[in-house]
Design a protein around this ligand. Structure first.
Ligand SMILES: Cc1cc2nc3c(=O)[nH]c(=O)nc-3n(C[C@H](O)[C@H](O)[C@H](O)COP(=O)(O)O)c2cc1C
Length: 233
């Protein structure tokens, strides 16, 4: 059983809460895994060229190309993204848009797999985690856990964080907020978040090793998708 971890943060590993949480979940799962960071990768959004319709292979030449096989081979996904404007950051969104290549003619390469969704935000990370869950559902992947934590917004280190009226320190602590080391959020200091990450990893490992039935999961997720859309018309 192989798990593919994706960190969608553009930050260096040591400064990224997303990278920390994805790593924690992966290590707790007890399965073989590969962690890919999208940092520095050039991945465009889907350009709707329909070049993938006949064979489910995207024809856009960029850094998504070598990820295709990794996505297909994995039994489960652990995907984390930072909260940018209360949603997914653009790189992670572009990465997911390119999963369009797997959909055509009832392409079932990803159906029935398992996923963990991870989000980190300067205030909170639930928005990107919810969006990752939505992308998983489009591919009939079951989100077995969502983990969200608070990371350090750039405002803590940009140099203007104590005076800027639209910065996160001001929004969280009010006017005249002083930036002290203990105020700077770090997921490793958030015990409940780190525990949730370990629990998510263990649950994923258990589900995978307990004879995970992809067909059963596929049917469950197809029903969830139908319910979602039938309520919308
Ligand atoms: C362009 C941009 C937009 C952001 N928008 C939000 C936001 O709307 N809400 C929020 O809570 N944090 C926001 N943040 C802060 C990041 O979510 C925060 O820095 C988080 O720690 C990023 O995760 P990372 O450390 O793994 O990169 C934004 C950061 C950037 C660079």
């Amino acid at each position: 059983m192989k798990v593919l971890g994706i960190s969608g943060s553009p930050r260096k590993e040591e400064f990224s809460g997303v990278h920390r949480l994805v790593t924690t979940v992966l290590e707790a799962a007890g399965c073989s895994f590969e962690l890919v960071s999208l940092r520095g990768m050039k991945i465009s959004g889907c350009i709707a060229c329909l070049g993938c319709v006949k064979d489910n292979v995207c024809k856009v030449e960029d850094d998504m190309k070598p990820l295709r096989e990794k996505i297909i081979e994995a039994d489960a996904y652990m995907i984390g993204a930072p909260n940018y404007y209360s949603g997914l950051n653009a790189t992670t969104h572009a990465f997911f848009e390119r999963w369009f290549q797997f959909r055509h003619q009832e392409g079932n390469l990803l159906w029935g797999k398992l996923g963990v969704a991870i989000g980190v935000g300067g205030t909170a990370g639930q928005f990107p985690a919810d969006e990752i869950e939505k992308f998983f559902l489009y591919n009939f992947i079951e989100t077995i856990a969502k983990v969200s934590g608070q990371g350090a917004a750039s405002c803590y280190s940009c140099g203007y964080g104590e005076t800027c009226k639209v910065g996160i320190p001001h929004l969280l602590y009010g006017e005249g907020a002083k930036i002290t080391p203990e105020k700077i959020p770090n997921v490793t200091k958030q015990e409940a978040v780190m525990q949730a990450a370990v629990d998510a990893g263990r649950l994923l490992g258990k589900r995978l090793l307990d004879g995970h039935d992809r067909m059963e999961t596929t049917l469950k997720m197809q029903k969830a998708m139908m319910d979602k859309f039938q309520g919308a018309v």
